[in-house]
Design a protein around this ligand. Structure first.
Ligand code: UDP
Length: 195
């Protein structure tokens, strides 16, 4: 098992290329997979919130996000193979999705941000499809409509940018209804990408 325990979180200790191999293995298996990232802030929240911790540990891939986790891994004597972080991994994932001609749905951030991110992605990764986008400040009672809207576009990948722990809890709770092959919480990525 490549998983590696840090503060009761079972992180997958993978290189970027191994993450892509995992995506390839999932390709066409008919299952719905979720990927979560952990930074020190998440680890702290998880230590106080067993439900969140359980949900992270049950993710199909739990990846370390950034140098804080790398440092902790060294101090605990079980260093990570690579300083994986969401920001560096994202372009690698996009190139893979570009080759696959994948349909990507963007959910989250303030109104207009996901649309600008979509334009940026189309420009940087021609061949990638944007299935749709939706801001992340909808009312709780709109959740069933949002899920239906996402489902109707048949995305291969769902990126959810609604902050920690909300985004990862939302994915875990709704993944079966969403019927999306891969869903991933991405934090502030849309804000970063939309400039
Ligand atoms: N966000 C959202 N809905 C919410 C709360 C946050 O769409 O109810 C978005 C926010 O606009 C930002 C992203 O989630 O684009 C990440 O939020 P934050 O910057 O708080 O990051 P965190 O460190 O919590 O992941």
């Amino acid at each position: 098992d490549a998983r590696w325990p840090l503060l009761n979180l079972w992180l997958d200790n993978l290189r970027q290329t191994e993450v892509i191999e995992q995506l390839q293995q999932w390709q066409g298996d008919g299952q719905f997979h979720r990927i979560a990232f952990v930074n020190p802030h998440c680890a702290n929240l998880a230590s106080q919130n067993p439900r969140y911790r359980g949900m992270l540990n049950a993710a199909d891939l739990l990846l370390p996000d950034g140098s804080g986790v790398l440092l902790a891994s060294r101090m605990l004597g079980t260093p990570l193979k690579e300083n994986t972080n969401g920001t560096d991994l994202f372009p690698v994932l996009c190139r893979y999705w570009q080759q696959q001609k994948a349909r990507v749905y963007l959910l989250g951030a303030h109104r207009g941000v996901a649309g600008r991110m979509a334009e940026q992605l189309l420009w940087e990764y021609p061949g990638l499809h944007i299935a749709g986008s939706q801001h992340g400040y909808f009312a709780e009672e709109d959740t069933p409509n949002i899920i239906q809207k996402i489902r109707d576009t048949h995305p291969d990948v769902l990126l959810v940018a609604m902050g920690v722990p909300k985004q990862d809890m939302w994915i875990a709770e709704h993944l079966a209804q969403l019927q999306t092959p891969v869903a991933m919480g991405v934090g502030g990525l849309f804000d970063f990408y939309s400039g």
